[in-house]
Write a protein that binds this ligand. Sequence first.
Ligand SMILES: [Zn+2]
Length: 304
Amino acid sequence: MAWFPGARKLEVQPESDTQSVIRPTQLILHSLAAPWNVDQTYNYWKNSTNLESHFAVAYDGDLGQFIGTQTRADANYQANLRPDGTGAVSCESEANVHNTDPWTQAQMNSLIRLGVWLHKEHDIPLRVCRSWTDPGYGYHRMFPQWALGGSTFCPGDARAAQFHNIVFPGIVSAANGDPLPQHRGEHNATNVAMKSGTWKTLEFESKAIATGAGIYDVMVNLTLEGLAPGATVQGRFYHLNGKDRTYGPIIERFASDGQTFADFNKCGQMGSGDTLHFQLAAWNKDGAPFTVAYRVVEGLGWAL
Ligand SMILES: [Zn+2]
């Protein structure tokens, strides 16, 4: 019996002691069609049904394990235990009642950690299952043999797409030792009064866009009001270290009729004492003041 050290152990009995031994060769992902955390899911498996999955992950990333991974669980129909002794490890996930919402970032992070552990612990190969018996990673509706009655919507369209675009590639890159980027988005809807022709550093929710040694790829999007059509808008990122500033290139945009929507992008690398900032200037007709009405920064960072 194998228990993932990264999950909370909530053993479901008597199933955990009485069900057959399997040799785990697959991970199959599910959605629960219920907004249940790990403890609620455990209570349901324990008290209300003799079905169960090996794992469940809540919206906040909390991961629970109910059955050892070398014991059969019941979520995958014919893949629970095949005649050759192999079987699938199953993971349920908190969802809305229609199984239409995407996994949260915290859920995907936990699914990736689970996928990496299964690769290391049980040698599950780093590929998407090519048939219902093929060792690898998949989700419930991929093969009719995995679902009672031959078909299911589980885990939903949004999560099936996330499996292919984020979760499975994340398992592969993490298992190979590549660092995963962290995503961050910050916005600020408080108006900032701007003087024409004067650079001003914009804060978002935090004082700095990023802090410390790492690689970043960020985009700032601004909504500007009060600029005459054709006015020049400039933005630049800079690294701050003590009092030293290292400026990136100036990026130039032009104001349009009504609100102006301007975007500024930069990739770069920072050292341990650096913070990343963005500043803006615009040259308005007759030197009139203008307003930053909305600002958002979004990006990926790899800590070094
Ligand atoms: Zn399912």
